[in-house]
Each structure stands twice: as structure tokens, then as C-alpha cells.
Design a protein around this ligand. Structure first.
Ligand code: AMP
Length: 457
């Protein structure tokens, strides 16, 4: 049995693969200016709609703050970047993604104190997970010194931050070195300690917004104003726009390995979209539920009823469910065996489906190209192997074409983001989400603690 990257959604650092060359000195200023405004979204109407439904997410952002010159901005960011054995940053996408917020605050003359985590030190002080190499890398990106603060709280931190100048940036040591960061209790001691370091709180860590941790949520209750950063704002706007106020036809492409990890997504989408494309490994559970022969294809036998219910719900709501017609099958998941295209309902016993076939690709492409809003969550094949990547590439190309013709496209979730970067050009989509688990929960319709805790407009 081969190993699938099941549930990598919530465990993989996002933007795992990337084209940015981490050793280059990168100018972020123009990028940041470009990202200050997101023109296509009517934020207020979208957010008001959610507010009406009791999900108050009309949140203040740093753009709503008055004069912040000389003030200390305590900013939670998600810079959980991959490092190699020599502690070099191998993909800096997450660092680039927070630069608009950092530059905005710098330009306004604030003292910028960044708070973040790296990996999972589980409340232990473990230099293996130190953010010092990230501070060094950021200094290179920004072309100026980013002060690394080795003691993130208390008198030590206050001392190290004493001489921070207006417009200067500091990065605190890994906040997860403290057990209190992730503690599931109501104790506010750690939050109150951290709060002493700032005059206001900014959350730009969308990727950690589904966590109810001290630096992502509790802190917003004790350090005011508590506002979103520009990345957080953009994530919420783009995902909300797609989900709550889509220009129609609205199509969702849901793929990936398992139905069970995406039930919430499928259920929430099945009364919002016009077309629901189901591809990838999860499609075989649907095919089997309808009596097809799926050979050795990945299937969750305990989810057959779930698949039937999703189909029923889609039918009741007038949602067009688009399932594969033909598939590429293989008798060797490594790609070195026999690969052939067969009818999705007649997969030979020794074969398993690994990618969308040509008729399916055409079907998916046609639906996507006639759509005005497209949300993609999960690949439609085992795309990590180039032999099985054609279907996912066809889907991505169709989304790019639709986007070029005016559609809004949002790519969410770790594997889709990797696929978009590997097989396409991430810049060609309207929005590529930086949050894996967070975007999944958002699409499921859940309220994210890190968003909920921020000040309302
Ligand atoms: P998920 O984390 O549920 O979004 O699943 C993503 C993973 O699903 C990717 O690593 C793909 O390789 C895998 N996947 C997609 N289609 C298939 C398939 N037909 N058979 C096996 N794995 C697949």
C-alpha cells in the first residue's frame, strides 16, 4: 500500500515548493504598495453579509488606525518557513506575504515587533526551533537589520527592545517555547505579559488564525486596539467574497485523497456553488457508492453514505455535481508500470485511478471556463508524480484562463497551493491562500478564533 499525503492540509507548511530563490535579495516595497488595496472586492457588503448571519467579521485593520508614529506594534505573523540542515530558509513565501504589513507599519513610523512560531517545540526551550536564522534572513530581504529578541517576554524582552527605533523591526524568539502559548485554559497571565511589549496588537497570521492560542487570539482581548494586518485582511476578503458573494456561475473544485477530511468543505459548498467538481482520490468513494468498479483505487468504505448524502443535497439544491467520466489508471503507483485510460466505472481489479482522463479533463475545463468564481481545494490526481499530474495541470490552466477572462479564482489548502506553484504560476490566480488548516476551516464555515478576537469596525 502506497503512502498518500493524507491530511497534509493541516500539517504541511504551506508553500512548500516555490520559485522564489531564498538567497536573492528581494525588494518588497513595490509588492507591498501593490497589495495595500485589493480592488475587486466589495469588502463591506461581503463582510456585512457574514455579520448578518451572526459571524461578525467586519474587523478593523491597520488601515483603520490613526497616527501610529512612535507606537509599538505587536504583530503576530506566520513565518513558519522551511529551513535546511544549515538553517537556510528554503522557501520564503510566507516572509514575502507579511511584507506589505511590515512595510506599511514601518512607513507610518511604528516600532514593529514581530511575534511568531517555528515548528512544534511543544512548550520546550529548544534552539533547534529558534527563529534567529529567520531574523537574519529577514534582514537580508529587507536590506536592514531586523533585531532578534532572544527573550520574548518579561523584563528581558523589554530591555532588548529598549532602543528599538521608529520604523525599525524586531522579531521575538519562538513564542511556542512557552507552554502557556498553546495552553487550553482561560489564564491570561502570559497574554498580559506579552501585552506589555506593545501599544497595539496586529494579527497578520492567517495561517494560524484557526488556533485559539495566546499570541493568535487571547492577546487581542487584552491589548487594544487589536486589528488585522493586510495579509489577514486580504485572506478574509478573498475567501469571503468567493463564499458569500460570488459572481455566478460559482464552481468549486474539490479534490485530494479523502472524503473524510473534506466532508465539512463539501457540505458547506454544496448549497453555495452552482457546480461542484469532485476529483482526485475522493471521487472513487462517490463512484463506488453509485455501484462502479473502482479496482484498487483509494476508497473510504465508511464514507459511502456520506458521499450519497452529499450527492442528494447537491441535487436538492440544484447544484451540478461533476464527477470523472474516465480516469488514468496504473498498476504501479510509482509510475513505472502500465498506465492506461479507462471508464471510471470499469477500473480493472489490478489497477487504481491516479488522474483525470482526457474526457474528464475536458468536462472539468468546460465547467471551469464558463465560471465567474472558482474555488479550488485539493488536486484532481496524484500530481506529485509527473506521470499523474496532467489532470491537475489541466484544471489549473483552465482556472488561469478563466481568471484572465475576468473570473475570480481562489486556491486554498496546502496541496492545491503546492500544485499551483509546481504546475502553474501562483501569480496568475486572484488569490492563493497562505493558510492550509485555516482556509479549510474558513471554507467549512467555521469561525476562526484569531479573526473573531479582533476589534469590529
Ligand atoms: P488532501 O490532503 O486530502 O488534499 O490530498 C492531497 C493528496 O491527494 C495529494 O498528495 C495527491 O497526491 C493525493 N491524490 C489525489 N488524487 C489521488 C488519487 N487518485 N490516488 C491517490 N492519491 C491521490
Amino acid at each position: 500500500m502506497q503512502v498518500y499525503s493524507i491530511n497534509s492540509f493541516s500539517i504541511l507548511p504551506l508553500y512548500f515548493t516555490g520559485k522564489s530563490n531564498a538567497s536573492d535579495k528581494v525588494s518588497t516595497k513595490e509588492q507591498s504598495q501593490k497589495d495595500y488595496d485589493i480592488p475587486f472586492v466589495d469588502t463591506n457588503s461581503v463582510l456585512k453579509m457574514r455579520e448578518k448571519k451572526g459571524e461578525t467579521i467586519m474587523k478593523k485593520s491597520i488601515k483603520d488606525l490613526g497616527d501610529i508614529e512612535g507606537k509599538r506594534a505587536l504583530v503576530r505573523v506566520d513565518i513558519n518557513v522551511p529551513l535546511d540542515a544549515d538553517k537556510n530558509v528554503t522557501d520564503d513565501t510566507r516572509i514575502q506575504a507579511i511584507m506589505p504589513t511590515v512595510n506599511y507599519l514601518k512607513d507610518k513610523g511604528a516600532k514593529v515587533i514581530l511575534m511568531a512560531h517555528l515548528g512544534r517545540p511543544k512548550g520546550e526551550w529548544n534552539t533547534e526551533f529558534s527563529l534567529e536564522p529567520v531574523a537574519k534572513y529577514m534582514s537580508k530581504v529587507m536590506g536592514e537589520d531586523v533585531l532578534f529578541v532572544s527573550t520574548p517576554v518579561g523584563k528581558g524582552a523589554e530591555k532588548e527592545l529598549e532602543n528599538l527605533k521608529d520604523g525599525q523591526v524586531a522579531l521575538l524568539e519562538n513564542i511556542r517555547f512557552y507552554k502557556a502559548e498553546e495552553a487550553k485554559d482561560d489564564d491570561m497571565t502570559f497574554a498580559n505579559e506579552l501585552a506589555k511589549l506593545g501599544d497595539f496588537y496586529v494579527n497578520d497570521a492567517f495561517g494560524a488564525a484557526h488556533r485559539n492560542h495566546t499570541s493568535t487570539a487571547k492577546l487581542a482581548k487584552v491589548l487594544k486596539p487589536a486589528v488585522s494586518g493586510l495579509l489577514m485582511e486580504k485572506e478574509i476578503r478573498c475567501l469571503s467574497q468567493a463564499l458569500e458573494n460570488p459572481v455566478r456561475p460559482f464552481t468549486a473544485v474539490v479534490g485530494g485523497a479523502k472524503v473524510s477530511s473534506k466532508i465539512g468543505v463539501l457540505e458547506n459548498l454544496s448549497d453555495k456553488v452552482d457546480n461542484l467538481i469532485i476529483g482526485g482520490g475522493m471521487a472513487y468513494t462517490f463512484v463506488k457508492a453509485n455501484g462502479g468498479n473502482i479496482g484498487k483505487s483509494i476508497c473510504e468504505n465508511d464514507q459511502l453514505d456520506v458521499a450519497k448524502n452529499i450527492e442528494k443535497k447537491a441535487q436538492e439544491k440544484g447544484v451540478k455535481l461533476v464527477l470523472p467520466i474516465d480516469v488514468l489508471v496504473t498498476d504501479d503507483f510509482s509510475g513505472n508500470g502500465t498506465n492506461k485510460v479507462v471508464d471510471v466505472n470499469n477500473i480493472p481489479d489490478e489497477f487504481e485511478g491516479v488522474d483525470a482522463g482526457p474526457k474528464t479533463q475536458k468536462e472539468f475545463e468546460d465547467v471551469i471556463k464558463s465560471s465567474k468564481t472558482i474555488l479550488m481545494n485539493g488536486p484532481v490526481g496524484a500530481f506529485e508524480n509527473p506521470a499523474f499530474a496532467e489532470g491537475t495541470k489541466a484544471v489549473l490552466d483552465a482556472i488561469v484562463e478563466a481568471t484572465e477572462n475576468g473570473a475570480i479564482s481562489v486556491i486554498g489548502g496546502g496541496d492545491s497551493v503546492s500544485a499551483a506553484k509546481k504546475l502553474s504560476d501562483a501569480d496568475k490566480f486572484t488569490h492563493v491562500s497562505t493558510g492550509g488548516g485555516a482556509s479549510l476551516e474558513f471554507i467549512e464555515g467555521k469561525v476562526l478564533p484569531g479573526v473573531a478576537a479582533l476589534d469590529n469596525k
